[in-house]
Design a protein around this ligand. Structure first.
Ligand SMILES: Cc1cc2nc3c(=O)[nH]c(=O)nc-3n(C[C@H](O)[C@H](O)[C@H](O)COP(=O)(O)OP(=O)(O)OC[C@H]3O[C@@H](n4cnc5c(N)ncnc54)[C@H](O)[C@@H]3O)c2cc1C
Length: 409
């Protein structure tokens, strides 16, 4: 198994239940991504009661709260010890190559042969930054969410945050509250209220079955896998952090960053259309929740239907900013993350560098993946989503070990 995040640990639990000999190879420590690759103020956007792993769940006193990074690390580390996962920490996998027996795995601490490999190395190993980054003048400080820890790192002056999904809206709000002028460059996004009809919106995602939808129930899988993360933040106040909330605290919205030419940032127009689309999709999802509540939630304590103010379109939005004017001193690229398979020496990646798999069954005998977006269900890449996926994938793996190659997921 490559990786000791929650996905690798969940798979390990099912392997142990079946007495299948295995080892987890982890380049850092348990929950390494949460320890090393997140910013200081980050909390989970999923509520505590939703943090559950196979045979293990949040048992603290604040089920409706949202874990800090230290709490997430403790939660996952505790699961690792309860599950008695056989982990080798500080062991980086540098190559996985098909061999006569299965796979030859090279690590920073020696080589291993195995019949099967589970790739649980994460979907967010690298920040995904557009190539136009290289056209930004050297006088402008540029940070990715892996480098950004808190606003004190940034030079005084204006900040452009690129990307309106969970990371972008959270960083834009935090930097604005530090007193700096902030512009947020907005492309396609997923708007959600934090609370709906008196419950956390993610309660509705769970209860209505939207999050549990399986691959065959999803019309456009490629699109579902590329969907940006929702505009949500976990705060003790359970506050909504949509574009209206950002405008209220003084964040200026500009369109999608389309280019950098001769020291000028060029933004697309069309905010009105972008906002209308995000509002429409949010309302459709809320309709789904309402329909579910009408059919199933009798006797449940949920409030009446609500609709939210449409996203406010600024009177005018700038299409250009001259970086030589000194107005913008730094850019934070909140433009997404991608996996890193530079260590994988097997022909299993597509032309964009993503794994070819069917529900986690990789296109190579005995090779599996977990923790990728919409791997088997909409919830696949979230902590609470791993249990069902890991059970299915390890079931398939056990069949492979017992009977050899199996087709289909
Ligand atoms: C900013 C951010 C916020 C998120 N917030 C939430 C949230 O609120 N709720 C939620 O449910 N989910 C959230 N997620 C999604 C998801 O839960 C996390 O991405 C989670 O870390 C994924 O778990 P994982 O086990 O699949 O991967 P990871 O936690 O990334 O674990 C993979 C492990 O593999 C190790 N590894 C990688 N390559 C190698 C190698 N070559 N050799 C050895 N080891 C290797 C890494 O060190 C790491 O420990 C968030 C993700 C991000 C990026």
């Amino acid at each position: 198994m490559v990786g000791a995040g929650h996905a690798g640990l969940a798979a390990s639990r099912f392997l142990t239940d079946r007495s299948i000999d295995h080892v987890l190879l982890e380049r850092g420590e348990v929950a390494n991504s949460w320890r090393r690759e997140r910013w200081d103020s980050l909390r989970l956007l999923t509520p505590n009661w939703q943090s559950r792993l196979p045979g293990f769940h949040y048992a603290g006193r604040e089920p409706d709260g949202y874990m800090t990074m230290a709490e997430v690390v403790d939660f996952i580390s505790e699961f690792a010890s309860v599950a008695r996962a056989p982990i080798r920490t500080h062991t980086e996998v540098t190559s996985v190559r098909p061999s006569d027996e299965g796979y030859h795995v090279r690590t920073s601490a020696g080589d291993i042969s195995c019949r099967s490999v589970v790739i649980a190395s994460g979907a967010c190993n690298l920040p995904s930054v557009p190539a136009l980054r290289s056209a930004v003048p050297a006088t402008i400080e540029q940070l990715t969410p892996f480098e950004y820890k808190n606003p004190t790192q940034l030079p005084e002056g204006g900040v452009l945050v690129v990307g309106p999904s969970a990371t972008g809206v959270q960083l834009a709000a935090e930097i604005r509250r530090s007193g700096r002028p902030v512009l947020l460059s907005v492309g396609e996004h997923v708007r959600l209220p934090r609370m709906y009809r008196g419950r956390d919106v993610l309660w509705w995602m769970d209860a209505s079955g939207v999050w549990g939808q399986r691959l065959e129930e999803i019309d456009d899988l490629t699109r579902a896998r590329r969907l940006p993360s929702p505009q949500l933040v976990g705060t003790p106040e359970r506050a909504t952090l949509d574009l209206n909330a950002l405008q209220t605290i003084g964040v200026e919205l500009v369109g999608r960053l389309a280019g950098v030419r001769e020291g000028r940032l060029l933004f697309s127009g069309g905010l009105r259309n972008l906002f209308a689309l995000a509002d429409l999709k949010m309302n459709r999802l809320l309709d789904t929740f309402d329909d579910w509540a009408d059919a199933h939630a009798h006797g449940l304590d949920v409030g009446g239907c609500e609709r939210f103010e449409p996203t406010r379109v600024p009177a005018s939005s700038r299409l250009q900013i001259d970086l030589r004017s000194g107005e913008i001193r730094s850019i934070v690229w909140a433009t997404g993350f991608r996996p890193d398979y530079s260590w994988l020496d097997a022909p299993v990646l597509n032309e964009k560098g993503y794994l070819r798999h069917d529900g986690g069954v990789v296109d190579a005998p005995g090779m599996y993946a977990l923790g990728l977006p919409v791997l088997r269900r909409r919830k696949s890449s979230f902590i609470h989503g791993i249990e069902d996926d890991a059970r299915d994938v390890i079931d398939h793996l056990a069949g492979f070990l017992a009977h050899g190659r199996r087709r289909g997921r």
